[in-house]
Ligand binder design. Structure first.
Ligand code: TXA
Ligand code: MG
Length: 355
């Protein structure tokens, strides 16, 4: 698998001819690997119902084999082919949020191999909104298993360049369809337990979900302060170290001025000692940091820009070989839970709460 030829195919998400996706669809149909854009992050696709094909994903990503894959479909009713004992709540959620950034976990039918579900009797299903993704699944005529298209442990890819960086030479094709607009992976909701439970927060929030199906719980490990021995997230993938930049990342939480002062203090210390320091700032604060490499993640006036900028900024600091990265905190908005879940993981749960 190492150093195979990887074809890079540019496709304009706003205006393309489905014919442009035929080759990619054929690769998927015949058991190969194709990375493609979705509205959340880029995915690495393979035939979900063929264990051998899905197995190639694990190899290309360097992914632990107990970490199950999300199966992507092009039509809502396809859940009936993949899942059994489907509760009414699943159809309600599909009606409101599909196509879109929601993954639903249901009991799997026999046709879904354990190689795709990481040995679990459940299956994660999502109908993506991105047109390229949907057209590709439709054209291939299969169900497409697709984790984020990064090497395991790296930040999820929000641009084709990120995928090329991580997977060039390891997959058959990478479709460059521009930026993933949301920038955070889908919300995962598990409907196989007594109560619906969010296993991974995302752009579809707890409030939005409970507006449709009533009470929804959240896996308590999602914002856990640290990885202690009680830390057993229900989504196997949530337990692995994730998104980690090369440098050591610390988050500072508190009122804006205190955070800025503290970040400036630690930055000066490190810079004076010859270290490369990166600062994750916002449009509102970028001019408050006189030293270090200051990068803007987005604007607090539009939290979606912060979600969309997170993974890219982590990769940019890797490119700069930042040894220390200091970040403001982003917990106090609607997407705060999803953003902080990723940022905390990237920081190895290293957060300084300033009063
Ligand atoms: O937005 C997304 O969901 C993206 C795009 C490509 O669709 N995909 C994605 O996949 O983020 P991945 O593999 O990076 O993350 C899937 C997460 C993992 O944490 C995995 O453990 C969990 O979903 N998961 C998958 N199937 C599961 C199951 N049956 N039960 C519990 N967790 C499951
Ligand atoms: Mg992932």
């Amino acid at each position: 698998m190492q150093n195979m030829h990887t074809e890079i195919k540019k496709i304009d998400a706003d205006e393309f001819d489905p014919e442009e996706l035929l080759q990619a669809a054929n690769i998927l149909k015949s058991g190969g690997l194709v990375a493609f854009p979705t509205e959340t992050v880029y995915g690495l696709g393979a035939n979900a119902l063929e264990e051998l094909a899905a197995g190639k994903i694990y190899e290309a990503k360097g992914r632990p084999s107990d970490n199950p894959l999300i199966v992507h479909i092009a039509n809502k009713m396809d859940i009936n082919q993949l899942a059994k004992d489907i509760p009414e709540t699943a159809y309600k959620l599909a009606e409101v949020f599909w196509p879109g950034p929601l993954t639903i976990i249901l009991k799997k039918k026999e046709c879904v191999p354990y190689g795709t579900t990481g040995g679990l009797d459940t299956v994660a299903i999502r109908l993506p909104a991105n047109k390229i993704a949907r057209e590709l699944i439709e054209l291939s005529g299969i169900f497409v298993a697709a984790p984020s298209a990064n090497r395991s442990g790296k930040p999820s890819p929000t641009k084709a360049e990120h995928v090329i960086e991580d997977l060039s030479g390891k997959v058959d094709m990478i479709i460059d369809g521009g930026k993933a607009t949301l920038g955070l992976e889908s919300t995962i909701i598990d409907l196989t337990g007594e109560k619906p439970m969010i296993l991974r927060p995302g752009c579809i929030t707890q409030q939005m979900l409970s507006n449709v199906i009533g009470e929804v719980e959240i896996d308590p490990t999602i914002l856990a302060p640290k990885m202690d021995h009680d830390f057993k997230p229900k989504a196997p993938g949530m337990k692995y170290r994730h998104y980690a930049p090369e440098g050591s990342l610390t988050i500072y939480e508190g009122d804006t001025n205190t955070v800025i002062n503290e970040i400036n203090k630690v930055t000066k210390e490190k810079v004076d000692n010859g270290h490369v320091v990166g600062i994750i700032a916002t449009e509102e604060t970028k001019s408050s940091y006189p030293s270090g490499v200051v990068k803007v993640i987005g604007s607090r006036k539009d939290e979606a820009t912060i979600a969309a900028g997170l993974f890219d900024i982590l990769r940019e600091f890797d490119t700069l070989h930042a040894e220390y990265i200091y970040s403001e905190s982003f917990g106090d908005n609607r997407l705060g839970q999803a953003i902080m879940n990723r940022l905390l993981k990237a920081a190895g749960y290293h957060i300084n709460k300033l009063s």
